[in-house]
Design a protein around this ligand. Structure first.
Ligand code: BTN
Length: 270
């Protein structure tokens, strides 16, 4: 077992993050709100942000009763998983790559534990082809108070997955063969989100993109993308500075800013 993982093997409480977060030495001044249960941490965070919560407020819950994923999909959030939302107040320039950037942060943390995580566009965290987590960034403006980004991260850690999801989803406990400490994962994720955010604020988005490309399991594959205005098939060739995916559809390269991607097959190298 990877030695970093052994550190993660003992049980501990997410509640401790409320105190430990101040020792992380991050630029974002995190303040953790711990909840046993809520509807969605996104909604709790939104309410706090609308009331003026500063950047760095984080809502973490043991259980969400109506966790959601992209496109309003249901996100199963039983006990044992890691479900949290960070309130950020980014400059507009940093918004475009925030979702991909948080994916990179998750990728860094998991790979640091020896887990071979990959990123599927736009925001899925895959391990061995199955979904271990997802990222949901919801942005809105508060009149007179600038942009707010609610950065939601969901990771299947020690939780049981609903039966129907076993083929497409995986919990990290199954991958590692042992329960992991959600507390240490959570603190590492907050530290890495801080690092990525700083890079974005400093205009170093290209570095994040380069890292995303390396972690990507989408680029180089023949994919089908399902969008609001139709379905397209082609080879995923790149991502751009707004997080968009470029697909070579055979009659040109097209940019997609939203959609669901299905991986069809690897393109054989020339
Ligand atoms: C996706 O893959 O579609 C994104 C899933 C994001 C789930 C997280 S869990 C914490 C936060 N609260 C939610 O209701 N959703 C996000």
């Amino acid at each position: 077992m990877n030695e970093n993982r052994e550190d993660l093997a003992s049980e501990d409480s997410l509640l401790d993050a409320t105190k430990l977060v101040s020792n992380l030495g991050t630029r974002i001044r995190y303040q953790v709100y711990y909840l046993e249960k809520c509807g969605s941490t996104q909604d709790v965070a939104r309410e706090l942000a609308e009331k003026g919560a500063p950047e760095g407020v984080v809502v973490v819950a043991e259980e969400q009763e109506s966790g959601r994923g992209r496109l309003g999909r249901r996100w199963f959030s039983g006990r044992g998983g890691l479900w949290f939302t960070v309130v950020l107040r980014p400059k507009p320039d940093a918004l475009g790559l925030l979702s991909l950037g948080v994916g990179v942060a998750v990728g860094r943390v998991l790979r640091g534990l020896g887990i071979s995580a990959g990123l599927k566009w736009p925001n899925d965290v895959l391990v061995d082809g199955r979904k271990a987590g997802g990222i949901l960034v919801e942005g809105f403006t508060v009149p007179g108070d600038g942009i707010v980004a609610l950065v939601g991260v969901g990771l299947n850690v020690n939780n049981e997955l609903p039966h129907g999801l076993a083929e497409v989803s995986v919990a990290l406990r199954e991958v590692v063969g042992a329960r992991l400490s959600r507390l240490l994962l959570f603190l590492n994720l907050l530290r890495e989100i801080d690092n990525v955010y700083l890079q974005l604020l400093e205009g170093r988005g290209e570095v994040i993109l380069e890292e995303w490309r390396r972690l990507s399991v989408t680029l180089g594959k023949t994919v089908k993308i399902i969008t609001a205005d139709g379905e397209y098939i082609g080879v995923a060739v790149d991502v751009g500075s707004l997080g968009e995916l470029y697909i070579d559809t055979g009659d040109g390269v097209r940019a997609f800013y939203a959609g669901d991607v299905v991986h069809l097959r690897e393109v054989a190298p020339n």
